[in-house]
Design a protein around this ligand. Sequence first.
Ligand code: FAD
Ligand code: NAI
Length: 469
Amino acid sequence: MSDSSFDLVVIGGGPGGYVAAIRAAQLGLSVAIVEKRPTLGGTCLNVGCIPSKALLTASHHYHTAAHGLGAFGVKVAGVELDLPAMMAHKDKVVADNTKGIDFLLKKNKIARILGAGSLAGDGRVTVTAPDGAVSTLTARAIVLATGSEVTPLPGLTIDEEVFVSSTGALALPNVPKRLVVIGGGVIGLELGTVWGRLGAEVTVVEYLDRILPFHDLDVSKTMTRLLGQQGMSFKLATKVLAGERKGDGAVLTLEPAAGGAAETLDADVVLVAIGRRPFVEGLGLETVGIERTARGFVKIDGSFRTNVPGVYAIGDVVGGAMLAHKAEDEGVALAEILAGQHGHVNYEAIPSVVYTWPEVASVGRTEEQLKEAGTAYTVGKFPFLANGRARSMNDTDGFVKILADAATDQVLGAHIIGPNAGDLIAEIVLAIEFGAAAEDIARTCHAHPTLSETVKEAALAANGRALHV
Ligand code: FAD
Ligand code: NAI
């Protein structure tokens, strides 16, 4: 047993935890970070955001080379997939990024402690190292940033071979002939897209009557059509009753969500992507009496405090948008609060991006939410088809839709489907952060010819004066 004392001990080295640690160190606190994985960066860098984007980019290049360059007058013969090389690219990107976090911790003089952390009460954290050795850290403040794990589906067992989670789907050894994705959310569509581009027949089974149920309905409908054109099939309003191994693959038993005749669906690989749940195993929450919500998330107040003094929580483990940048912003805000400043997160201005092609990006309210709240709003919509740059890129699918308050013109939400939507949304996030009106965006000069002109035109349209439609 050894003892060490810090101002702050963070449990979990993902985007929430490592960013909280860096910001706290910048503000002069002594900080230790406890992470049980050998590499830092959490779900996002190891098995989430980064490897999925590496494969999305690589598969997009493959698909474009094989099918998309002829229209530009570029003839490419003999395009072949080298899946091991594509996976090696992904692994290298992950390794480079996770090593980068080691560098950042060293630079900021943060103690990196390898092992599983557990709350032991009175400001103490016990750490069990991979070799079983136990040590104790003491801290003025402890931050729980232990993230999330895949939600299991009753009736089937994830073996990461035939029934895979996102982690298995990021490392399949071969392109499956038939991939069935359970869950038409972000993971299902992104990883379904990867394998679809590489040649798999992809069927998405979704319990609700629409994909991307947390997005604006316009977005869900348009994406169903566009992904359908790319070859993805959808079984909406359908529930999975059971899944079993059959030969080298699997068979699923499905039923309409509202009840009715059951049917079976064969697959070579089944991806379970029905959401994620908080990860708190072995964390000792019960030891110190930390309260949780009905859905199992660690309960916090507006300043990230749990019910136990000195213990705070951020990121996926507290729920809300389960996104890396939300976890990071909470990490920064909490570190600032712990250093006596006024850290704050504006939850109305958190973008959400789906990295399919075209991309989907949203921020703020959806039309359905505004209707439900009885808010009078205006809609400004502009299609990429009417944008010169999008035409030159042959990327004309989608639109920018801006929702503004009917009385004040303040921007309340935006929903984009289109090329580089994930980058284009940043301007509207900033507008929401600054409390800007649609007219503020409309009167801002945008370079020509750029995709960003679609945002300006949608803002003009919200005031009834788009120029190019
Ligand atoms: P995590 O990143 O999950 O990190 C928690 C860390 O805590 C883990 O490393 C874990 O090993 C460690 N830990 C847990 N318990 C203990 C313990 N007791 N002791 C020590 N260590 C412990 N978000 C985006 O914004 N953009 C994306 O493009 C995106 N893509 C994704 C793709 C996939 C396939 C998945 C699964 C997720 C994706 N996400 C994306 C979500 C994103 O990964 C999470 O929102 C983010 O990682 C949450 O950060 P966190 O710090 O809260 O938790
Ligand atoms: P999700 O919440 O995005 O989607 C889950 C989908 O599964 C929903 O459409 C839901 O209706 C459906 N579903 C739930 N139970 C079902 C059942 N029994 N049968 C069929 N369908 C069912 O969750 P997902 O895709 O697993 O992603 C988890 C989290 O990871 C998300 O919260 C997301 O924010 C994050 N993530 C973010 C990414 C990004 O920002 N680009 C990429 C990937 C993940």
